[in-house]
Design a protein around this ligand. Structure first.
Ligand SMILES: Cc1ncc(COP(=O)(O)O)c(C=O)c1O
Length: 328
């Protein structure tokens, strides 16, 4: 990847003249079956630009419970787009009935107007679960009937594709606008892209400029993303198997509360029972001392992510260390 970055032909991407970024944008639009796509430096900026493109200040956006947009973007939806997020459902999903019940009518004196529904697939805080495609299609059809725009936060769309066996274009098809990330499972140092109709992407380009996200010799980074697509996509199945083996090891000792059905991809989210002497920050710190890194997601909730920098042996060892720490 470093060699590909060093050799990348570059130009000024703010003028649309960076050949490697243009190639990446062309390829991604093709892969996702959309008219056009646009580079953004991060997934957070992609989500922020999407809100600017698809909503107006004062609108309401319906999203899944504990969505990245509501929890991990420092209030950006409100601060940058002037919208509020209404979270519904559970475990990263919601039904068409729940969606319909949550929609507030437009132009009603006291309500914010619901104008957008956003789906996160896979869903980070719900444990990397894949949202079933039948449900996605029903939700987007309902949104269309109700006159709402549809947005997919597909930062981990690649994981959803490998886990479900469905092509990225199939997963993206029901949505007006889709984001994917190259800096997660695919291992590039930066980069998320938005894909949609040409008009939507033209609008996104102006909002990217406004947010200061248009870059110059970006081909160095785009080359890493292209390399990730080429070399690191299929191997995501290894990350999924590694997450599974850690989850099974933890669940087998019943030291943690963990629903194995949620472990479909590269994320393991689990809770520490009330009886456990360690809380989440405590376990995180003790594990770090043993070179095992995981996130505390709440007082007793933790997240493990597997990725291309950790192999199966290391994952087995990490699971043993966690079991040892939890046994006290
Ligand atoms: C679902 C989801 N969307 C968006 C992002 C934001 O990506 P970035 O870290 O590149 O800003 C993340 C990051 O973890 C994520 O999990």
């Amino acid at each position: 990847m470093r060699a590909a970055m060093a050799q990348a032909p570059v130009g000024d991407d703010q003028y649309g003249e960076d050949p490697t970024t243009n190639l990446l944008q062309f390829r991604l639009a093709e892969i996702l079956g959309k008219e056009a796509s646009l580079w953004l430096p991060t997934g957070t900026m992609a989500n922020q630009v999407a809100l600017r493109v698809l909503t107006r200040p004062g609108d309401e956006v319906i999203a899944s419970r504990q969505s990245h947009a509501g929890w991990h973007e420092a209030g950006g939806a409100a601060a940058n787009a002037g919208v509020q997020i209404h979270e519904i459902g559970e475990r990263g999903m919601f039904t068409p009935e729940e969606l319909r019940a949550a929609i507030k009518p437009r132009n009603f004196a006291i309500f914010p107007s619901t104008t957008l529904v956003q789906i996160e697939n896979t869903h980070n805080r719900a444990g990397g679960v894949v949202v079933p495609q039948g449900l996605v299609e029903n939700l987007c059809a309902t949104a269309r009937e109700e006159g709402l725009a549809t947005y997919l936060d597909g930062a981990r769309l690649w994981n959803a594709s490998v886990a479900s066996g469905l092509a990225p274009a199939t997963l993206a098809a029901p949505f007006d606008l889709v984001a994917v990330a190259f800096s997660k499972g695919l291992g590039a140092p930066a980069g998320s892209l938005l894909a949609g109709s040409k008009a939507t992407i033209d609008s996104a380009r102006r909002h990217r400029q406004r947010m200061g996200g248009a870059m110059r010799q970006n081909g160095i980074l785009a080359a890493a993303a292209l390399y990730g697509l080429e070399h690191h996509l299929e191997r995501l199945a290894i990350d999924h198997a590694n997450a599974r083996l850690i989850a099974e090891r933890l669940a087998a000792r019943t030291l943690v509360q963990l629903d194995l059905a949620t472990v479909e991809t590269n994320i393991v989210v689990f809770n520490l029972p009330a009886a456990s002497k360690l809380d989440a920050p405590g376990l995180t710190q003790r594990a770090r001392e043993r070179d095992v890194l995981l996130n505390a997601f709440g007082p007793r909730t933790l997240r493990i992510v597997t990725h291309l920098d950790v192999n199966t042996e290391q994952c087995k060892k990490a699971a043993e260390i966690l079991v040892e720490l939890l046994k006290g």
